[in-house]
Design a binder for this molecule. Structure first.
Ligand code: GDG
Length: 476
């Protein structure tokens, strides 16, 4: 790594700017990718790493306020005009790729012009990347916004070393087939421009290889794809979390204080969930399961509170804004049906939590109910487990998350079956403390070992060893 410079490319940079009362401040963004990249040992690279992403601020703001940004990376914002970005992001990325890759095929809203905008934005990003690149750069492209980018870069820089990681599921070929053939060919060829294509689970990886065979007619052997004179490597890298951060937060004074407040406010059993507002997260089905639980087990009424936190997300897209209304109706229905004069079954919040509030909720609750209909990984489940230094609490987890592969000691449920989830909830609430501890410790050991640092360094190591830029047969 000593000879390489790392170049990260993701849709957004890890910060934006906020102007209030004419004062501009830096707003750092959290999230899995940012934590992962920032946890890398950057001193092992030759020079200061570069981070390239689309700006959600103006060139003027950047010129005036770039001094506020930390200097651990050289940040390269790309300014895309509003209309193209909308078609690229709200359009093709989030109205075609996101629903399709999460098996919501009927939510796919394909428009040729938006696909064109997606291509155009990727080409614009490629132009900027190529200007910035130096020989020996190690390029790491992230997520579904930039599927074509590896190939676009490869066409301009045939010897570049390019890694790509997909943060969401890669669906089975039956789903990929729904895309117009020119579109799916373009996307698959896009990924094949990389030297290494990484996924969270082996299923996603197999689906990708199967699509390459079926759609492109290209043979794959032992997880490799021969592309002309190159061999493209695939790999499974289940993203982890900063385990120590979540585990050690248990004793942080702000977390302790918030936790005490929660425990005082909710003396009964506390059930907790937190998700972005997204139909893939299964919030409505979770509420149905809670209703089924309260119907089936009336003895639990007035004994539990469900703290449901939903984080605003992509609310310019109709599928998202209408979801908010549906969730609010369901909360109203359940509270209207079961509330007494002194008890409300669902406490609902539509706003983010601060880090101490999030950690206090993880560590105060009796049950974390995490039931997405599909999720590439789901970091919330791992964070909950890591935060339980007291080895208490039970996890009800959807079997349709990537995380379920690593968290087998959770109570795994099918999120579509409200009765199965209700039974999982009952079992979680009644689980003896010794069993909670036994399951929790097993999960903690696993996620403490393969943490986010290991995830990132593993990917980089495999990328360094990938030989796709070397012609097949020459020196192999
Ligand atoms: C994509 C894939 C994959 C959430 N609410 C608050 C808050 N968060 C933080 C969590 C967690 C992150 O946001 C959410 O991560 P997830 O993994 O659950 O979900 P996506 O955003 O959909 O992420 C997913 C991930 O990429 C990584 O590859 O796991 O499958 O869809 O870190 O803690 N943080 C704070 N307040 C909140 O209210 N501070």
């Amino acid at each position: 790594m000593k000879n390489n410079r790392l170049v990260i490319i993701s849709h957004r940079l890890p910060f934006s700017f906020k102007t209030e009362n004419r004062e501009t401040t830096l707003k750092p963004s959290a999230g899995g990718l940012v934590t992962a990249v920032k946890s890398l040992d950057l001193s092992s690279f030759a020079e200061k790493p570069v981070w390239i992403g689309c700006a959600d601020f103006t060139q003027r703001t950047w010129d005036k306020h770039r001094g506020l940004v930390d200097d651990s990376f050289e940040y390269v914002p790309i300014f895309i005009d509003k209309q193209s970005h909308k078609s690229f992001y709200n359009g093709f990325s989030n109205s075609v790729l996101w629903p399709l890759f999460h098996y919501f095929s009927t939510y796919v809203d394909y428009h040729h012009e938006e696909f064109k905008a997606y291509q155009l934005v990727n080409e614009t990003v490629c132009d900027r990347v190529v200007e910035v690149l130096k020989p020996n750069d190690l390029i790491w492209v992230h997520d579904y916004h930039f599927i074509p980018l590896p190939q676009l870069i490869r066409q301009r820089q045939p010897d570049a070393r390019i890694g790509y990681f997909l943060h969401i599921p890669f669906p089975s070929y039956e789903l990929m087939r729904l895309l117009p053939s020119a579109c799916r060919t373009y996307l698959l060829n896009g990924l094949l421009g990389a030297d290494l294509v990484g996924f969270h689970t082996s299923d996603y990886c197999l689906h990708f290889l199967q699509s390459v065979q079926m759609a492109l007619g290209q043979p794959t052997t032992f997880g490799r794809v021969a592309c002309g004179n190159r061999l493209v490597e695939t790999g499974v890298f289940p993203i982890g979390i900063n385990y120590a951060l979540y585990n050690e937060a248990y004793h942080q004074p702000e977390v302790v204080q918030e936790r005490e407040q929660l425990l005082t406010s909710y003396p009964g059993k506390l059930i907790f969930s937190v998700d972005r507002l997204d139909y893939t997260k299964g919030v409505l089905q979770r509420l149905d399961a809670l209703e089924a639980f309260l119907n089936l087990y009336p003895q639990w009424r007035e004994q539990i509170v469900f703290l449901l936190v939903v984080i605003p997300s992509r609310d310019e897209i109709q599928r998202y804004s209408e979801r908010k209304q549906m969730i609010e109706q369901a909360v109203g229905r359940i509270n209207g049906k079961f509330a007494t004069l002194t008890w409300l079954p669902v406490v609902y919040r539509y706003a983010p939590l601060s880090f101490p509030q999030l950690l206090a909720s993880y560590s105060a609750c009796d049950v974390a109910m995490i039931t997405p209909l599909r999720d590439g990984m789901n970091l919330v489940a791992k964070e909950f487990v890591a935060s339980r230094q007291d080895q208490r609490g039970a996890l009800v987890l959807s079997e349709l998350t990537g995380a379920a592969n690593e968290l087998g000691e959770a109570l795994l449920v099918n999120p579509l079956d409200e009765y199965e989830v209700a039974e999982g909830l009952k079992q979680a609430l009644e689980m003896p403390p010794e069993e909670q501890a036994r399951r929790m410790v097993a999960m903690q050991q696993r996620i403490a070992f393969y943490d986010v640092k290991k995830w990132a360094s593993d990917f980089i190591q495999v990328l360094l060893n990938a030989q796709s830029a070397t012609p097949v047969g020459a020196g192999k």
